[in-house]
Design a protein around this ligand. Structure first.
Ligand code: ZN
Length: 339
């Protein structure tokens, strides 16, 4: 009951990469960088275990960014000439690579860190990858000429890697789709179909993380303009409920998403965001229990998995760790009182 997990990323140690940045530069290169990534991965697992996280991740310590970390092993993408592109419906600009030819995996993408993580924890292991819609929203195209066609091509590659991760012993494969609250019609038209393609044939647990973005300035400014109640999910939750994806990860702590909307995710496990990643105030275990108590009014308690609102990559590391401890302690308290 109330098994805890994280949305995915954790802050990187200062000896691995620049801190407090969404697109940090690595502090080493070559074999030295590979060793540093491995050390950081083992450390991230240990810190999650100590904090009381039940379903742990590699903390995304081996990738610079949650989207481009996957793209780096794909043939047909030009990384040399990055172009500026407005992403998430022009919410902010990013320098992105370009698809220039047919897409193909050069080999396994995350085998090294997945196998390392598997070897160093007995807890359930979750692995995250960007979802197809979010990928095509974060890359320029000079080859496919059609967003859906390109998304399905990426979905096929994600599926290849997801099957590999499953064979490596990963318990949950999660696709991150922050684009799902921006293009509501497209979610229903092809976004979920693309997720189905990406998760085809998997027997491990499947999850999708949807959210209003990291706590970076562009997102905070955008959220400020969305009004008092964020009802975007009202359109997409019924479609997600009908999907084959088992778990849905959403932000609830300090969120303007009306909590009753999670009732629309019938039959799904809810990875309930009880930890805000957009501010540095550390939640108390009581705060965590309060969010769980609210959620229990709308979904059966056995379907609630306390989680962080979103990735913690750009956060201060000491604060992120304190928040993880609050998550673990809060879930323990909730088990004692509510289970
Ligand atoms: Zn997120």
């Amino acid at each position: 009951m109330f098994e805890t997990t994280v949305a995915g990323s954790l802050p990187k140690p200062a000896w691995l990469a620049e801190t407090n940045k969404l697109w940090p530069q690595w502090k080493a290169s070559g074999a030295e960088l590979d060793a540093a990534k491995a050390d950081a991965t083992v450390l991230a697992l240990k810190e999650q275990e100590d904090a009381g996280i039940d379903i742990v991740s590699d903390g995304e310590q081996s990738r610079q960014h949650f989207v481009h970390g996957f793209l780096e092993r794909i043939e047909g993408i030009d990384f040399e000439h990055k172009v500026e592109m407005g992403i998430r419906a022009d919410r902010y600009k990013a320098m992105v690579p370009t698809v220039t030819g047919p897409l193909r995996l050069k080999g396994r993408v995350h085998a090294t860190e997945a196998r390392l993580a598997r070897a160093h924890t007995k807890r359930k292991l979750k692995f995250t990858m960007p979802g197809p819609m979010t990928i095509v929203d974060t890359i320029a195209d000079r080859h496919y000429g059609d967003k859906v066609k390109m998304a399905m091509a990426f979905a096929a590659l994600l599926n290849e890697e997801a099957r590999g991760l499953q064979a490596d012993g990963v318990d949950t494969v999660q696709f991150d789709e922050p684009a799902f609250n921006v293009y509501m019609d497209e979610v229903k038209d092809w976004g979920i179909e693309a997720l189905h393609r990406a998760s085809e044939g998997l027997t491990c647990t499947t999850a999708v993380h949807i959210c209003y973005g990291y706590g970076i300035k562009a997102n905070i400014d955008w959220k400020a303009g969305l009004g008092g109640e964020w009802r975007q999910y009202e359109e997409t939750f019924p479609a997600l409920a009908a999907s084959r994806i088992k778990q849905v990860s959403i932000e609830c702590k300090n969120s303007h998403v009306p909590i009753d909307l999670i009732g629309l995710l019938k039959g799904k496990d809810i990875l309930l965001g009880v930890i805000d990643v957009a501010n540095d105030t550390v939640e108390t275990p009581e705060d965590v229990v309060a969010t769980i108590t609210e959620a229990m009014k709308h979904v059966p308690k056995e379907r609630i998995f306390p989680c962080t609102n979103c990735g913690m990559a750009p956060m201060r590391r000491d604060i992120a760790m304190a928040k993880l401890s609050a998550l673990g302690a809060g879930a323990k308290l909730a088990r004692e009182r509510l289970a």
